[in-house]
Design a protein around this ligand. Structure first.
Ligand SMILES: Cc1cc2nc3c(=O)[nH]c(=O)nc-3n(C[C@H](O)[C@H](O)[C@H](O)COP(=O)(O)O)c2cc1C
Length: 208
């Protein structure tokens, strides 16, 4: 395993974090909770439209809940292998109910009123399903941040969409209107990942 994995004595550069991130499906059994909390703190600095911060996290840590989450994820064993498995979801109804919280304090009471007005204008006439889909586009930004923050602090992860959302919501007591962006087992790798296999920049880019 790369010596970058050894300790947390330094954080990885962004370049190192991106180049050495690989999906990992077998983990060491433990990691300090404060490192997990630091990963969440860094990820929560992600940007979002109108600063809406639609993302919410459930960190699954108890073996019994992890077992049930694994069952809802078609038995994928990385869910129980990781010391922590984060369920990343978006809750647009909570965002709308608490619009004032996301207004920057620098804008004062007027800013709070404007934030509510903006959200009501943009989403008030949309269906719960349509605005939930929008909220999930924002939660995917935090997912990207989580992947890089995790690796940057010397840990590993695997993003997952292979699960039954209804079962996960039921297990975690989440309301029906939320959307689950991903499940993310996090910990220290206990196996090597696969080398990257990606399109070349030329294949996916053109200048206009
Ligand atoms: C949104 C998303 C969902 C994924 N779902 C799963 C999954 O359910 N199970 C799994 O083993 N890997 C899953 N993966 C991992 C991908 O297979 C992996 O990222 C891809 O093959 C590239 O490999 P790398 O992450 O090692 O670079 C998912 C990745 C993403 C980004």
């Amino acid at each position: 395993m790369s010596d970058l994995n050894n300790t947390l004595t330094r954080t990885l550069t962004v370049k190192e974090a991106i180049e050495t991130r690989h999906s990992i499906r077998k983990f060491e059994p433990t990691m300090p909770k404060e490192d997990l909390l630091e990963i969440l703190r860094l990820a929560s600095l992600a940007p979002s439209a109108w600063n809406a911060q639609t993302w919410r996290f459930v960190v699954v840590e108890t073996p019994e809940v992890k077992e049930k989450l694994q069952a809802a994820a078609y038995g994928q064993t990385q869910v129980t292998s990781a010391p922590y498995t984060i369920v990343i979801y978006s809750d647009m109804e909570d965002v709308l109910a608490t619009a004032e919280e996301t207004s920057h304090p620098a804008y004062g009471e007027e800013g709070k009123a404007r934030q509510r007005q903006t959200f009501e204008g943009a989403f008030g006439s949309q269906s719960v399903e349509a605005r939930a889909a929008w909220a999930n586009t924002q939660a995917n930004i935090v997912l990207g941040y989580l992947l890089i923050a995790t690796r940057g602090l010397g840990y590993d992860s695997v993003p997952m969409l292979g699960f039954e959302p209804g079962k996960v919501k039921e297990l975690l007591g989440l309301p029906a209107h939320v959307q689950i962006a991903a499940i993310l087992p996090v910990g220290k790798a206990a196996q090597e990942g696969h080398p990257h296999h990606r399109h070349s920049v030329e294949r996916i880019t053109r200048f206009a």
